[in-house]
Design a protein around this ligand. Structure first.
Ligand code: SF4
Ligand code: FES
Length: 229
C-alpha cells in the first residue's frame, strides 16, 4: 500500500507530503504502520530516497490515553485504534490542523489542559456533601462516568466548526468537564454556570460533529442538555 504522510520538520518550516511503500497485514493499526515505517535506520520513501524518522506520539497503544490523535484518510482518529483493513490501499496521514505542529504528526495540545486549569474546572475531591446531592449523584452516575472518560485527545475540537485554538470557545472537552464538576460539587455550580455560558453555551452552534468522532462515544449532547437546563 501507499502511505502519504504530511511532514513538517520544525514548528516553523513548510509542510510537505512524503509517500512510502508499506506491506503490512490488515490487522495492523496505523500506530503499528508508523512503527513499521520507522523501524529501520535507513528510511526511504517510495522512490528510494533516504529520509528521516516520522515524528508522532503514543503512550498506551490501546485507545486509552488520546496521545496518538491524528487525521487519517481525512477523518480525525486515534492511530492505535484505526486499522489498515478499514482504510484501503492508499492511506493519508496528517497532523491535527487545529493545534500547532511540533514535528510531523506531533501537535501541541497543551491549550486543552491550560484552559481547564485556568478556569479551575476539575474535581479536587469527590465527596457528595448532602443526602440530596448523594441521591442525585447516584442517579447521574452513568452519565458522570461517560463524561469522565474524556481522553483530552482533541479529536472533537478538530471537527468543531466553532473551535479555533487560542480563542474563548473551548468545545466539547470543556462542556463535559463542566457537567462533571457541577454535578459533583454544588459549591462550584454558580461559577461553572458562568464559565459554561462564556466558553461554550453562547457559541456552540450544535453541529454535534464532536460526537461523530469521539473515540469514547461520550454523549456530549446529554452534558449540554443538563447544563442548559
Ligand atoms: S470529548 Fe471525546 S473526542 Fe473530545 S477530547 Fe474527550 S475523548 Fe477526545
Ligand atoms: S497511544 Fe494511547 S490512545 Fe493511542
Amino acid at each position: 500500500m501507499k502511505v502519504r504522510i504530511l511532514r513538517q520538520q520544525t514548528p516553523f518550516s513548510e509542510p510537505y507530503w512524503e509517500v512510502f511503500d508499506a506491506d503490512v497485514s490488515g490487522d495492523t493499526s496505523v500506530a503499528g504502520l508508523l512503527n513499521y515505517l520507522n523501524y529501520h535506520d535507513d528510511i526511504v520513501d517510495e522512490n528510494g530516497r533516504q529520509t528521516t524518522r516520522i515524528g508522532w506520539e503514543c503512550s498506551c497503544l490501546q485507545g486509552m490515553c488520546g496521545s496518538c490523535a491524528m487525521v487519517i484518510n481525512d477523518v480525525p482518529r486515534l492511530a492505535c485504534d484505526t486499522f489498515v483493513r478499514d482504510l484501503g490501499n492508499e492511506i493519508s496521514i496528517r497532523p491535527l490542523q487545529k493545534f500547532p505542529v511540533i514535528h510531523d504528526l506531533l501537535t501541541d495540545r497543551s491549550s486543552i489542559y491550560e484552559n481547564l486549569k485556568k478556569q479551575n474546572v476539575y474535581i479536587e475531591k469527590y465527596q457528595p456533601d448532602t443526602i440530596k446531592n448523594r441521591k442525585k449523584a447516584e442517579k447521574e452516575h452513568q452519565h458522570q462516568y461517560d463524561a469522565a472518560k474524556c481522553l483530552k485527545c482533541g479529536l472533537c475540537l478538530e471537527v468543531c466548526p466553532n473551535y479555533v485554538n487560542g480563542q474563548s470557545f473551548f468545545g466539547a472537552v470543556f462542556a463535559n468537564d463542566c457537567y462533571l464538576v457541577s454535578s459533583r460539587n454544588s459549591e462550584k455550580k454558580a461559577e461553572i454556570k458562568k464559565l459554561y455560558g462564556e466558553h461554550f453555551g453562547s457559541t456552540c452552534s450544535k453541529s454535534l460533529s464532536c460526537m461523530d468522532v469521539c473515540p469514547m462515544n461520550i454523549p456530549t449532547i446529554a452534558s449540554m442538555a443538563k447544563l442548559n437546563k
